[in-house]
Design a protein around this ligand. Structure first.
Ligand code: ADP
Ligand code: ADP
Ligand code: ZN
Length: 214
């Protein structure tokens, strides 16, 4: 099963993608996580990506596409995968389709998690990320057992630089301009499914499993 998660920054793509990956036993591929790991390790790719990410802008397509195409060609992806944060532009979607076509494959679902902009800024200011393992929490909606400490690995939790309100506004504008057109793109392909992302995260997951099947 090959799945794309769509939705504004903070809509809950990562949260749901992790749950999908665990339930259906497929890899969770997050381009944001890949970039953050590269930044942490000081790679050339990380250095290039950081200048865009810090401004709330998208990393150029040419730095993203090959990376994802290589990743979905790895052995653990034969049963499928859930893509989180990719594609984010029409050219990325077209490049992905072309790569899949050349392997005689196609995407099964594009799940759009719908959350209005008004809800996003609040949600992002409460998001906390683990500096060590990348796990994501929310101070109100998905709290850790001990404040400021990752349940998963004991690492320190931080507010991502790009989750500060000014940058979130920019990311939302970028989303509407460059990523939202993918909703029409996947509607035309006949694989778009929309879920309400404003409800409790377990209820969002129920809506998703209702689409994907048990
Ligand atoms: P969120 O989950 O909050 O939407 P991500 O972790 O997916 O954020 O992405 C963080 C940043 O990484 C984006 O703002 C963008 O700069 C960069 N990025 C991630 N994926 C892509 C992509 N497919 N194309 C371009 N830039 C990307
Ligand atoms: P995205 O990957 O789309 O940027 P995340 O999955 O990281 O979004 O979620 C953004 C923030 O909102 C996180 O702090 C997460 O814990 C929280 N969150 C996710 N889903 C919900 C929900 N349904 N209701 C409330 N908060 C949520
Ligand atoms: Zn951790």
């Amino acid at each position: 099963m090959k799945i794309i998660m769509l939705g504004a920054p903070g809509a809950g793509k990562g949260t749901q993608a992790k749950k999908i990956a665990a339930k259906y036993e497929i890899p969770h591929i997050s381009t944001g996580d890949i970039f953050r790991a590269n930044i942490k390790n000081g790679t050339e790719l990380g250095k290039k990506a950081k200048t865009y990410m810090d401004q709330g802008l998208l990393v150029p397509d040419e730095l993203v596409v090959d990376l994802v195409v290589d990743r979905v060609n790895q052995d653990d992806c034969t049963k499928g995968y859930v893509l989180d944060g990719f594609p984010r532009t029409i050219p990325q979607a077209e490049a992905l389709d072309k790569a899949l076509e050349s392997m005689d494959q196609k995407m099964d679902y594009a799940i759009d998690i719908n959350v209005p902009d008004e809800n996003i800024v609040n949600r992002m200011s409460g998001r906390r990320a683990c500096v060590d393992c990348g796990a994501t929490y929310h101070i109100v909606h998905a709290p850790t057992k001990e404040e400021g400490i990752c349940d998963n690995c004991g690492g320190e939790l931080i507010l991502r630089d790009d989750d500060k309100p000014e940058t979130v506004q920019k990311r939302l504008a970028v989303y509407h301009e460059q990523t939202q057109p993918l909703i029409d793109y996947y509607t035309e392909k006949g694989i778009l499914k929309t879920v309400d992302g404003t409800v409790d995260l377990e209820d969002v997951f129920k809506a998703i499993t209702g689409i994907l099947g048990e």
